[in-house]
Design a protein around this ligand. Structure first.
Ligand code: BGC
Length: 246
């Protein structure tokens, strides 16, 4: 199969596109629907099915999902409705769309895409991809091999808060802090990761990666820090690549 529909489920939008797996690129336009609020399984299943109908698609689908995903089951719900916990994402979306769905964590999907087709190609050391959006997602690779569901956006931080409540884009908007203050916080977060893991490379993805030039000067960790190349399409491309492998 050369082309698979990839769908990136996020806290604010659900985006899909057909992915050319050989080139590791979108083979057409993206289609986005806003994530329903509250983001319950029923409401999100309908939004998911709308995307599949838009592409008039009936093959296998790769799905990046913003939670811990183990054997297709959702095990956490930081930025989606709590009703998701324990639900089988592959079954819920599969039933709604009539397609076989393969689900994986959204940051892991983005990491797979960047390692195969983006800035991570040929990187053999310890690599992190951190997605910065409504939440903070993480993907960890060593010698190209991924350790799934790392959830490093949930490291405990000052005042016992999880890191993503302190330095995600969601937190920046909610707490109304400027980009400079945000970058100072994020730099501290990077130092914390560095103390724990000594990475060789940290790739920054998610919506915030577009603004890398505005804040990179505030980072001073030893690891190389670079923006993701596939930007916001990484989640879609990686989800499709994940489905192709299953
Ligand atoms: C979730 C992760 C997810 C990240 C980015 C976090 O709140 O716990 O599973 O990867 O947000 O969406």
């Amino acid at each position: 199969m050369d082309q698979i529909l990839g769908i990136d489920v996020g806290a604010s939008g659900i985006k899909g596109a057909l992915v050319d797996l050989k080139k590791g690129k979108l083979s057409g336009e993206r289609f986005r629907v806003p994530t329903p609020q509250p983001a319950t399984p029923e409401a999100m299943a309908e939004a998911f099915a709308e995307i599949v109908r838009y592409f008039n698609y009936s093959g296998p689908i790769g799905c990046g999902f913003p939670s811990i995903v183990k054997n297709g089951v959702c095990l956490s719900a930081a930025n989606i409705d709590q009703a998701w916990i324990g639900a089988n994402i592959e079954e819920v979306f599969g039933k709604a769309s009539g397609c076989r769905v393969y689900a994986t964590n959204d940051a892991d999907a983005a990491g797979i895409a960047e390692m195969r087709h983006g800035v991570g190609q040929g990187e053999n050391g310890l690599v992190f991809l951190i997605t910065i959006g409504s939440g903070l997602g993480s993907a960890l690779f060593y010698k190209g091999m991924m350790i799934p569901n790392t959830e490093l956006g949930h490291l405990l931080w000052t005042n016992n808060k999880v890191a993503e409540q302190w330095c995600s884009s969601g937190a920046r908007e909610r707490l109304k802090i400027g980009r400079k203050e945000w970058a100072r916080r994020f730099n501290e977060y990077l130092h914390h990761l560095e103390r724990l893991f000594t990475p060789d490379l940290i790739i920054l993805g998610g919506g915030e990666s577009k603004f890398f030039d505005q804040y990179q000067q505030f980072f001073d960790v030893k690891a190389r820090v670079i923006p993701a190349q596939l930007l916001n399409n990484a989640g879609i491309i990686g989800a499709a690549a994940y489905a192709a492998e299953q």
